[in-house]
Design a protein around this ligand. Structure first.
Ligand code: NAP
Ligand code: G4F
Length: 325
């Protein structure tokens, strides 16, 4: 069988790095689309950078995306690129719509015009459920977004389904619940906590300022979730899937476990700071991934407890060289 080619947008992000590892292991030729930057953004893929081909393009720029798809001739495209930080979507709502919503159409348009046989994965989000209309949330649960990011992701979700139904493209939408790792961006709450715990433990920081500790999320490990993305594109027909652990925990639970992993009492260090509250909050998310289990044979391998501990230990290892003597 000839080698398959995968094009990943967002390859420099958390999920892009794990997906690239998985696809290389599966024998793919992996091509990553990156946007021009004056600094090095390859930190998360530094260990595999020599095995990846890079092409320069931007979700805002139709001609670059079409030219890339035409030149690379991928069998599969994973559209992971997005403005993915929810708070930024209130301060930059139009840009978020351009990247996270219209960006999806641009990639799909490239597929349609170059080769509609290319399989397409769209990174949809549990943020679309927002003010939840049903618990647990499944593929059929109605959406009620609470941020411009959630609104933009719903556009991306439906345009993916629309290209499937209009042009018969093998286009799927993975509705992924929060997934984390030591490679998570430091602005997201889990990594902000693990990084903060490590800094406090090593004497590099005195306190950790957080927002709403009562919010609850269904948190899994990013390495498990990229496997579900790949499996969706290996099915006989395209469909949409929820990917989640089925367990929910509060930010406070995460904080408590993370500080405990470093033998610290969280209540001595955590300061609630209303600056981190959101204009509209998603209070509680918990997913039902039984369809993914049934049809893809997917289930998560890393528990919440192990995820928290692994993230804290990784940040301790990373920061130890900077600790005061
Ligand atoms: P991430 O770490 O924030 O990575 C985002 C990626 O998108 C980066 O590689 C970034 O490139 C790229 N990007 C942003 N704007 C771009 C543009 N205009 N043109 C080209 N590339 C652009 O996100 P992630 O956590 O890996 O998530 C991957 C995808 O899954 C995102 O679409 C996210 O919304 C979605 N999602 C994530 C989760 C989660 O819990 N992680 C859950 C559900 C859905 P730079 O390095 O240049 O910034
Ligand atoms: O870690 P977060 O910023 O992630 P959020 O908003 O759930 O979004 C992430 O997951 C989505 C999937 O549901 C993705 F689509 C999206 O791209 C992103 O990856 O915040 C989680 C919760 C929120 O309720 C927030 O209010 O943590 C609460 N929180 C409390 N203090 C905080 C903080 N969040 C951040 N970022 N920083 C805080 O200090």
């Amino acid at each position: 069988m000839s080698q398959k080619t995968a094009l990943i947008t967002g390859i420099t992000g958390q999920d892009g790095s794990y997906l690239a590892e998985l696809l290389l292991k599966e024998g793919y030729r992996v091509v990553g689309m990156t946007r021009r930057s004056s600094t090095d953004v390859h930190e998360r893929i530094a260990h595999i950078v020599d095995e990846i081909e890079f092409v320069s393009g931007d979700l805002l720029d139709q001609s670059s995306i079409t030219a890339i798809v035409s030149a690379v001739r991928p069998d599969e495209i994973y559209n992971l690129a997005a403005q993915s930080f929810v708070p930024t979507s209130w301060t930059q709502p139009v840009l978020t719509g351009e990247f996270t919503a219209l960006g999806v159409t641009r990639v799909l348009e490239a597929v349609r015009s170059v080769n509609p046989k290319i399989k397409f994965y769209q990174a949809s989000s549990s943020e679309m459920f927002g003010k939840v209309q049903e618990t647990p949330q499944r593929e059929t649960t109605p959406f009620y977004p609470r941020s411009p990011y959630g609104v933009a992701k719903i556009y991306g979700h439906w345009i993916t389904i629309n290209y499937r139904e209009s042009y018969d493209v093998f286009a799927v939408s993975g509705i992924l619940f929060n997934h984390e790792s030591a490679r998570r961006g430091k602005e997201f709450v889990t990594r902000k906590i693990s990084d903060g715990v490590a800094r406090i433990k090593l004497g590099l920081q005195q306190e950790l300022r957080l927002g709403n500790l009562d919010a609850q999320r269904d948190w899994g490990f990013a390495g498990d979730y990229v496997r579900a993305m790949w499996l969706m594109l290996q099915q006989p027909r395209p469909d949409d899937y929820v990917v989640a652990t089925g367990r929910t925990h509060s930010v406070r639970d995460f904080v408590r476990l993370a500080f405990a992993a470093a033998d610290l009492d969280w209540e001595r260090y955590v300061v609630v700071d209303p600056r981190f509250y959101r204009p509209a909050e998603v209070d509680v998310l918990v997913g039902d991934a039984s369809k993914a289990y049934r049809e893809l044979g997917w289930e998560p391998e890393v528990s919440f407890e192990r995820l928290v501990e692994t993230m804290v230990l990784a940040d301790l290892d990373r920061l130890r060289p900077f600790a005061p003597a």
